[in-house]
Design a protein around this ligand. Structure first.
Ligand code: HEC
Ligand code: HEC
Ligand code: HEC
Ligand code: HEC
Ligand code: HEC
Ligand code: HEC
Ligand code: HEC
Ligand code: HEC
Ligand code: HEC
Ligand code: HEC
Length: 305
């Protein structure tokens, strides 16, 4: 009973205090806008903001040098006057009724020119209604303002990829040696499926330059598309292969002419065909230069070392 009574006195006073401390429309353009007033009621959000680069006055175009909290949350004058009542006018990111484009627009006001964001409008994320705040918040206190670090961030929506990178052979994403964004322009770009590079091969050559050649003897499917034989994320066949050898090779090469099994008898090949290792590696035992060869004469031509 008494508590309620106290509240009746306290609340109007609080509103009055706010009313007085709220700067007028004119001064809201001052550095940081009404952030100090917001702090009174939103200490947690204020604290995380202070830990983000957005609060740094040393950064010329930061919100700290513009409207502070209101650079992203919109004009908070009436919200404050009402003591937070109903969140009137304030821009609420987690409000599901507000569409993604409107949310991103708040950030693009300042970031449209950021190096990686120039193609945002062309990207599948934008088109699918994904907005900046699905991945970022200035209230996380984390690097890049990310809600969660990679790869968790991406896997929270792309569940099927989680299964792929758990397979026996995989790019070391779980291990933290590479990131999803080493291969994908998640902010948007020209590449199909957001890949960094004009083609799948351009992407792969960035880290596997030795596969580009030049080779004296090339293997046509290699220059065409690494994905003919490899998966990008993970596979249960070794070395990220789409299939096991010899089936992988035999999907293009006639098996009857030259079977690569244990039973093949290549007399002129030093009895390699009798080796047990043959069975697992099949064709690769002899054709080890599967990405291209610079070996002399006919040997090289047939991708044999
Ligand atoms: C007098 C106290 C007070 C002040 C000052 C104040 N707010 Fe609020 N704010 C509230 C209350 C109370 C709510 C409603 C919280 C709820 O519904 O859970 C609220 C809600 C919000 C919300 C929506 C939160 C949600 O979870 O729905 C945002 C965003 C917000 N305020 C931002 C601001 C900003 C930015 C400022 C400064 C310009 C500010 N507030 C100043 C009290 C205040
Ligand atoms: C650079 C843009 C930016 C600035 C500056 C900013 N916020 Fe936020 N704020 C966000 C985003 C984005 C979210 C949603 C993030 C999330 O889901 O956690 C958010 C969430 C909130 C929420 C929860 C309700 C909601 O909108 O989802 C409150 C309350 C809030 N901010 C208050 C503040 C206060 C107070 C300040 C200043 C001290 C401030 N914010 C500064 C971008 C900003
Ligand atoms: C008033 C301008 C302004 C607004 C609005 C703004 N930012 Fe920023 N932001 C900056 C500036 C300036 C920097 C620091 C320089 C830079 O990295 O470009 C920055 C830095 C960042 C960074 C890099 C952080 C780091 O650790 O290097 C991210 C991520 C970011 N902002 C995301 C957002 C998101 C998401 C929104 C919308 C919710 C937003 N920004 C709204 C001006 C703004
Ligand atoms: C799908 C998740 C996701 C979305 C959506 C997203 N970002 Fe990012 N953003 C990231 C990640 C992850 C990084 C860090 C990249 C890295 O570490 O290589 C980043 C980095 C940044 C950076 C700092 C470095 C840079 O690349 O310039 C800024 C600024 C930024 N984002 C702003 C935005 C803005 C503004 C939006 C909305 C228009 C947005 N982001 C949408 C995930 C996202
Ligand atoms: C909030 C959920 C969400 C998050 C987080 C997210 N994505 Fe997406 N992503 C989507 C949606 C929705 C699409 C478009 C529909 C689809 O193709 O699945 C998409 C599309 C993509 C595509 C293109 C797929 C295609 O078929 O064109 C790639 C690649 C991608 N995302 C990578 C990433 C990466 C990398 C991250 C982390 C930095 C990430 N995504 C984080 C929801 C998300
Ligand atoms: C080594 C480079 C590389 C890494 C690392 C990588 N991707 Fe991919 N990703 C690709 C390539 C290549 C494609 C296929 C492009 C094509 O088919 O044209 C692809 C396709 C995709 C697609 C489209 C759907 C599909 O399954 O083909 C999604 C979504 C995606 N990646 C998400 C992710 C996420 C999330 C991560 C991090 C966990 C990630 N990728 C890490 C190279 C990579
Ligand atoms: C950002 C760098 C990067 C890019 C781009 C990249 N890779 Fe890798 N790749 C790696 C790393 C790191 C490893 C692990 C090497 C190690 O463990 O010694 C690896 C390993 C591999 C392996 C061996 C896997 C195993 O099980 O031993 C294959 C095959 C491979 N990558 C193919 C590709 C293909 C195909 C592409 C293009 C779609 C590609 N990589 C793009 C960094 C990259
Ligand atoms: C014709 C099928 C085929 C194509 C196309 C192909 N590879 Fe391979 N790749 C293989 C096979 C088979 C292995 C396993 C070799 C072994 O175990 O000795 C392999 C192994 C690898 C490895 C790991 C071992 C090593 O040699 O470093 C990398 C990395 C790799 N490939 C990258 C690439 C890249 C990059 C491309 C595209 C430029 C590509 N591959 C195209 C069949 C192919
Ligand atoms: C996507 C189809 C495809 C796959 C899969 C493939 N190749 Fe090839 N391979 C070719 C084509 C096309 C040529 C060029 C044929 C020509 O010049 O007559 C070729 C050429 C060769 C040659 C040289 C033949 C010659 O006469 O110069 C060898 C050896 C070879 N491949 C072995 C392999 C092995 C081993 C594998 C499995 C790791 C494999 N190939 C997988 C398409 C493929
Ligand atoms: C014991 C070693 C060995 C094994 C195993 C082997 N090859 Fe060969 N292969 C050779 C040699 C040597 C030549 C060259 C023959 C010649 O010049 O007449 C050749 C030639 C080829 C050629 C080009 C000429 C032709 O006859 O078509 C292709 C394609 C080929 N091999 C594919 C394969 C495939 C696919 C496998 C696995 C199913 C395989 N090889 C297994 C040694 C081997």
């Amino acid at each position: 009973m008494q508590r309620k009574f106290l509240w009746f006195i306290f609340f109007p006073i609080l509103v009055l205090v706010c009313w007085i401390t709220v700067p007028s429309q004119v001064t809201s353009a001052e550095k940081g806008g009404r952030s100090e007033t917001c702090k009174m009621c939103h200490q947690g959000h204020y604290a995380s903001y202070i830990n983000s680069p957005h609060s740094k006055t040393a950064i010329r175009k930061s919100p700290a040098n513009a409207e502070g909290c209101e650079s992203c949350h919109g004009d908070g004058k009436f919200h404050i006057q009402k003591g937070g009542g109903g969140g009137i006018d304030i821009f609420i990111f987690r409000d599901k009724k507000v569409d993604g484009t409107a949310k991103s627009a708040k950030c693009l006001d300042c970031h449209a020119e950021s190096r990686t964001l120039t193609h945002w409008d062309m990207g599948a994320h934008k088109t699918a209604g994904v907005s900046c705040d699905n991945c970022h918040t200035v209230h996380s206190g984390k690097k890049m303002n990310l809600k969660t670090p990679q790869p968790e961030l991406c896997l929270s929506c792309h569940r099927s990829i989680r299964g792929q990178i758990a397979k026996q052979s995989h790019h070391p994403l779980k291990e933290g040696k590479i990131k999803c964004t080493d291969c994908h322009d998640h902010h948007g770009g020209f590449g199909d499926k957001f890949i960094k590079g004009g083609s799948v091969n351009d992407l792969c050559y960035k880290c596997h330059a030795e596969k580009r050649g030049p080779f004296m003897w090339e293997h046509p499917p290699v220059e065409e598309n690494c994905k003919t034989c490899h998966t990008a994320h993970g596979s249960n066949h070794g070395k990220l292969l789409t299939n096991r050898t010899p089936q992988l090779c035999q999907s293009c090469h006639d098996a009857t002419r030259h079977p690569g099994t244990l039973y093949t008898n290549f007399g002129n090949f030093g009895g390699a065909s009798q080796s047990n290792r043959m069975f697992a590696r099949a064709c690769l035992n002899c054709h080890s230069e599967v990405h291209g060869s610079s070996g002399p004469s006919t040997r090289g031509k047939t991708l044999v070392r």
